[in-house]
Design a protein around this ligand. Sequence first.
Ligand SMILES: Nc1ncnc2c1ncn2[C@@H]1O[C@H](COP(=O)(O)OP(=O)(O)OP(=O)(O)O)[C@@H](O)[C@H]1O
Ligand SMILES: O=P(O)(O)OC[C@H]1O[C@H](OP(=O)(O)OP(=O)(O)O)[C@H](O)[C@@H]1O
Length: 312
Amino acid sequence: MSLLVDSLKDRMLFAIPKKGRLFEKCIELLAGADVKFNRQHRLDVALVQNLPIALVFLPAADIPRFVALGNVSLGITGQDMIAESGHEPAIEQILPLGFGKCALQVQVPVSGHIQSVEALAGSRVATSFEVLGGRYFKEIDEKVQASAEGKGRPSTTIEYVGGSVEAACALGMADGIVDLVESGDTMRAAGLHAIATLMTSEAVLITPSQAHPSLTPELAHIIPLLKARFAGVLAAKRYVLVNYNVHEDNLHEATVITPGRRAATVSKLESGEGWLAVSAMVERKKMAETMDRLSETGAEDILILALDNCRV
Ligand SMILES: Nc1ncnc2c1ncn2[C@@H]1O[C@H](COP(=O)(O)OP(=O)(O)OP(=O)(O)O)[C@@H](O)[C@H]1O
Ligand SMILES: O=P(O)(O)OC[C@H]1O[C@H](OP(=O)(O)OP(=O)(O)O)[C@H](O)[C@@H]1O
């Protein structure tokens, strides 16, 4: 073990969720950014081979705390975990990563008599988000207790559960829950529906708001380097490259459809006769519509090329 501690000395520590919803996506992102490592079985630390970084695999819920205290200089976790940790002011969110998108919602049984957060106030609410759930219902309780019909109503009881929160109502331990929703499948399967949203969330790259004194300038420069690499990987997924030929008379109309990120690249075709070759990045989700519209302007030989990687 002492050997491992020694090898961490001159490396920047980067915390990655060790399992769960964010794990696979983080591994894909690291591969896209050419961060190479070998993780030994059951070891939660992996040395990166081609950069002075050590990856530490931690529970997503613990990562905000390690980053806020400066024990690790970079981390990936959900915005929900950051808010729940109470360490928000000590954390800087430097890049939203576009995955792990979900919403933290209040849910109640579809067929029950409680159908609003005001009606739920004073009852039992099960959640893994004690801090956010507690803060939310404290405000609702105050509002309800200040009203004529809510006078004397007890405060809401927040019941902590570590997982499978959606089972709490059916098991009779709660009247409502606060839990994450993405597709809504889990919620519907449990006979629940959402009546309020506390926050939306996605995975983010985070650093301490104030750099730890032990972080040398040589290691500190890895933060913007990795941020740029990750942003490139995300952009390569989001955009495709469109190439087409168009007559100069139709160039303006065509480049309105494909303005590119900064501008489209336009070059003359060898054959002359006023034909030009145009190349531009377009959003992947708009690719079919872009091709339709380009065809209508008289563009020809329209090619869509996937991007392996890019720097934006
Ligand atoms: N259904 C979902 N869709 C998208 N993102 C989600 C979903 N559920 C959770 N997340 C995001 O992933 C983070 C980690 O959630 P996850 O449930 O995987 O936690 P875990 O406790 O680390 O893993 P496990 O549930 O396996 O114990 C959440 O904080 C949230 O940001
Ligand atoms: O809206 P959906 O797409 O169905 O996703 C929502 C579910 O995903 C999360 O749990 P997860 O499956 O990660 O397991 P957990 O309950 O053990 O945390 C969350 O707590 C919900 O239960």
